[in-house]
Design a binder for this molecule. Sequence first.
Ligand code: SAH
Length: 234
Amino acid sequence: MTLNADAQELAKFSELAHRWWDPDSEFRPLHQINPLRLEWIDGLAQLRGKVVVDIGCGGGILAEAMAQRATHVTGADLAARPLGVARLHALETGVSNIEYREIAAEALAAERPGSYDVVTCMEMLEHVPDPSSVVHACSALVKPGGWVFFSTLNRNPKAFLFAIVGAEYVLQLLPKGTHEYAKFIRPSELSRWCRDAGLSVQGSRGMQYNPLSKRYWLSADTSVNYLIACRKPV
Ligand code: SAH
């Protein structure tokens, strides 16, 4: 089995890893959106008492926040340095119900099929050569009745303008070259991969940003950043 990963993408995240928990770094957007996505996930899936896996967890911003509510969280990524930062941060904050693994989604799914109540995979699919394979792996990881959440970037002229020109070049919220337009994913495409993987789509939310107030919020507008929630039928 060839690894479903892009070495250049992983190197990009490893190079920045030491700044992952600096809320004023290039990871500022992830820090700012974290409470929003956490509440949306928790509201639907009720993390309390649940066993969770976060695919493409990076430095652990969402994984650690979920561990403060859930019974146990596994964080999986293929970039070594972000995982090192994630482990150290969990030690520092005393969050002990979390385990970080350097493993591909597909390999973890083969090792632990149907083991998780909740699967999250945020801001990761647009960095992977074969995102539908990751969607299949996430579906294999979740228990019947469990929840799977994805977030990514939509593909249309507005998303190009906002997520690349706006975020990387004008506002410089993200380093130039963070995202590649061709790898953005339309909600219709992601929904089809989910259905093909045996998941039923339950809902979606868009993520909005106001550069003047520097605030993010969730809305019904999925034209740029968006999240979708799925369930595995019982
Ligand atoms: N999900 C986290 C981090 C997003 S950054 C959050 O939203 O806070 C994207 C992450 O995806 C990086 O940590 C990167 O290393 C990881 N990633 C990219 N390609 C991957 C792959 N093929 N397998 C696993 N993780 C991958």
